[in-house]
Ligand binder design. Structure first.
Ligand code: NAP
Length: 303
């Protein structure tokens, strides 16, 4: 029986762990895959207040070690469901059951796919969702990045350092990414922007991806661009289906909660990118972790 079980060891979950152990609670963090969440793949963070530059890996590892050293227990097990038993919560993982007085859901979000035929089959054979992880395989090759957010622009910047050419294919001519980063990328000689365009087909042979078909949304012109790799960076979607009977999800599957990060279910809190919110940033993930942690501690103290 733990005071608090936190589902997810990304920035929100580990920040919540730091706050809850420091409040004297017994804390278990359950993580389905690897610690760190999405930020672990970011090559360079330069918008976290007080830290001018840090790699996503160093940031996430620091957070993980900080939570562990302070006394949080961290186990790598996938949570498949949560039930309430009176005021206790029963957390079922793929391996066993745990009990806690309160739960913080910090499940983050996973990469969205383009939904094109063969996209899944070509993962590892030309399609990637992580430039930092797979970019080196494309040294001196021609690649494309799909998306117009910070991830796509950062990925393109990273890839342009060692790929022969990088195409950035974006469905609009306005970017969600920070303007400064877009301008920095535009200054690169080996980067070409293809705007107002969708990737409509993946072309491959036995070895893997060879080209992408791109359709201009305004003119309907279709052209094939030869690439060895396509990095899909079109945002994330939540993965909260295991909790749909426990908490209220919005129409996109994000967890609904108030400003105090309480869900509609007693003793269940949420934090980070898995919840309905307008700004999904590293700072807001860390901030959510603190808010949910203190709310959960207050709930336990009132039992
Ligand atoms: P994002 O900001 O949601 O951007 C997703 C991009 O993909 C948008 O340009 C969107 O186009 C496009 N897109 C979405 N669905 C598409 C589809 N089906 N087909 C083609 N294009 C599609 O996602 P993100 O870039 O991964 O960033 C997520 C959050 O993390 C953001 O808040 C971002 O600022 C933050 N982040 C921050 C940093 C940093 O500060 N260092 C680094 C990475 C990410 P539209 O614009 O037309 O919708």
């Amino acid at each position: 029986m733990y005071d608090i079980i936190i589902v997810g060891a990304g920035t929100a979950g580990l920040s919540a762990a730091i706050y809850t152990v420091r409040a004297g609670k017994s804390v278990l963090v359950l993580e389905a895959s690897a610690y760190g969440g999405q930020i672990i793949n970011t090559p360079d963070i330069e918008n976290y207040p007080g830290i001018a530059h840090i790699s996503g890996f160093d940031f996430a590892t620091g957070l993980y070690n900080q939570a562990k050293d302070l006394g949080a227990e961290i186990k790598f097990e996938k949570v498949v469901g949560i039930e309430t038993d009176g005021s206790e919560k029963v957390i079922k993982t793929s391996q066993r059951e745990y009990r806690a007085k309160a739960v913080i859901l910090a499940t983050g979000a996973r990469n969205r796919s383009l939904g094109l035929p063969d996209e899944k089959e070509l993962v590892g054979k030309g399609i990637s969702y992580c430039a930092t992880c797979d970019g080196m395989f494309y040294r001196n090759r021609v690649v494309a990045v799909s998306g117009g957010g910070n991830t796509a622009i950062e990925d393109a910047q990273f890839l342009s350092n060692y790929c022969a050419k990088v195409y950035v294919v974006h469905r609009r001519d306005k970017f969600r990414a920070d303007q400064k980063e877009v301008e920095r990328l535009k200054a690169k000689d080996n980067v070409e922007f293809i705007l107002n365009s969708n990737i409509t087909k993946l072309i491959s042979d036995d070895m893997g991806l060879t080209a992408i078909e791109v359709t201009d949304k305004n003119s309907n012109d279709v052209k094939n661009i030869e690439v060895s790799g396509l990095f899909v960076a079109i945002g994330q979607a939540p993965d909260n289906s295991s909790f749909e009977n426990l908490v209220k999800l919005d129409e996109k599957g994000y967890i609904e909660a108030g400003e105090d990060l309480k869900t509609g279910t007693d003793g269940i809190y949420t934090a980070g990118d898995c919840r309905t919110k307008s700004v999904r940033q590293l700072t807001t993930a860390a901030s959510d972790g603190a808010v949910a942690a203190l709310a959960a501690c207050g709930y336990i103290d009132s039992l």
